[in-house]
Write a protein that binds this ligand. Structure first.
Ligand code: NAD
Ligand code: TDX
Length: 339
């Protein structure tokens, strides 16, 4: 069994590759990644010499490179993690999001049609459903919830999802889609809420909370997401969408306070800054379908997961310090300098 994983030098893709090599010792994993600012080859260093693993630096929008790789490897399954993934960057500059997230998806699916794969799996997000009001805790996103996006990022992911469904219906491509809530864990790029707050706390820098910090996200430990995708690609029904989430809703401000507390830092580091444009209020996934059909349940509770995550950032300082000392500084200055 050969699995082609795109975006495997990023946060979730790398965790997925480690999980799959460990869980399925007889599988071969081929990773294609463009190594954008968010891709980090040092993350994959421990498996670079593993004969079951191959890394190829390429853009999923590069049709020739993608077709060549399919011709060489004939993957049985393709799992597409590659994406521009940060909402704030999509507000700054939408076009690369449309390019990678939509065009890239179409190139991959064209290759799947041309060379024949058993399953094309699209890693999507709960953000395609838009947001929920804070005063209706009874509401959750199900697979039937209409697509209703807020940011260029979520619109590009929704566009890709629609294209995946069109390839299924029009060409009979064997596809599946998973829509997961916010992940956290090792190798999370420090522009995202949890790793950014951990890194800033450790450097005694201000903790920039957007608006009043009342927005709610539904947090899932990354390994639980990887387990869910493993189930969907092997046992999930063709053409179906599966929501993934662990019923772990938290307000941003409570997450930031918790991180301060765990690291013994004062809450006076918290700084309220101008809100994100179009900021989604609340995400909350109903994971009933994947539980009933595939028996998936999250295994890592938030208390345990956040402690493991903080420990990982303490034990792996060179990994994130190298990121925040480079080009990332320009981004940080642009995003937070005058906020
Ligand atoms: P990430 O930004 O950490 O990693 C993205 C990876 O894709 C990077 O390694 C980058 O180099 C690569 N990439 C970007 N453009 C590429 C291109 N054109 N060709 C090849 N490679 C390219 O993202 P992540 O947080 O790991 O997210 C992975 C996927 O999961 C995305 O599709 C995202 O939409 C989805 N998702 C993320 C979350 C979350 O909480 N992080 C939640 C739900 C869904
Ligand atoms: O500095 C910050 N301050 C702050 O208050 C940052 C970076 C974020 N926030 C808030 C915005 C959100 O309400 O924290 C919340 C989480 O923000 P992000 O980490 O940027 O994640 P989010 O916008 O929720 O999107 C994430 O989950 C869904 C991923 O980045 C997406 O790729 C995924 O699809």
């Amino acid at each position: 069994m050969t699995i082609l994983v795109t975006g495997g030098a990023g946060f979730i893709g790398s965790n997925f590759i480690f999980y799959m090599l460990d869980k399925h010792p007889d599988y071969r994993i081929v990773c294609i990644d463009k190594l954008t600012y968010a891709g980090n080859l040092s993350t994959l260093a421990p498996i670079m010499n593993d004969e079951r693993f191959r890394f190829v630096k390429a853009d999923i929008c590069d049709r020739e490179a993608v077709y060549t790789l399919f011709e060489e490897e004939h993957p049985d399954i393709v799992v597409n993690f590659a994406a521009e993934s940060h909402v704030d960057r999509s507000i700054e500059n939408p076009s690369i999001f449309l390019q990678t997230n939509i065009i890239g998806t179409s190139v991959l699916m064209d290759a799947c049609r041309k060379y024949g794969v058993g399953r094309y799996h699209q890693v999507s997000t709960d953000e395609v459903y838009g947001d929920l009001p804070l005063d209706r805790p009874d509401l959750f996103f199900t697979e039937e919830t209409p697509i209703h996006t807020s940011s260029p990022y979520s619109s590009s992911k929704a566009g890709a999802d629609l294209l995946v469904q069109a390839y299924s219906r029009t060409y009979g491509l064997p596809v599946s889609i998973s829509r997961c809530s916010n992940n956290y864990g090792p190798y999370h790029f420090p522009e995202k809420l949890i790793p950014l707050m951990i890194a800033n706390c450790l450097n005694d820098k201000p903790l920039p909370v957007y608006g009043q910090g009342l927005n709610v996200r539904d947090w899932l430990y990354v390994e639980d997401h990887c387990k869910a995708i493993d189930l969907v690609i092997h046992k999930g029904r063709e053409g179906e969408v599966y929501n993934i989430g662990g019923h772990n809703e938290m307000r941003n401000i409570d997450i930031v306070r918790l991180i301060c507390h765990e690291l013994g830092k004062p809450e006076s580091l918290i700084t309220y800054v101008t809100d994100r444009k179009g900021h989604d209020m609340r995400y909350a996934i109903d994971p009933t379908k994947i539980h009933n059909e595939l028996g998936w349940l999250p295994e890592t509770g938030f208390e345990d997961g956040i402690r493991k995550t903080i420990r990982w950032y303490l034990d792996n300082r060179p990994w994130w310090e190298e990121i925040i000392s480079g080009e990332y500084q320009n981004y940080y200055e642009r995003m937070y300098g005058n906020r």
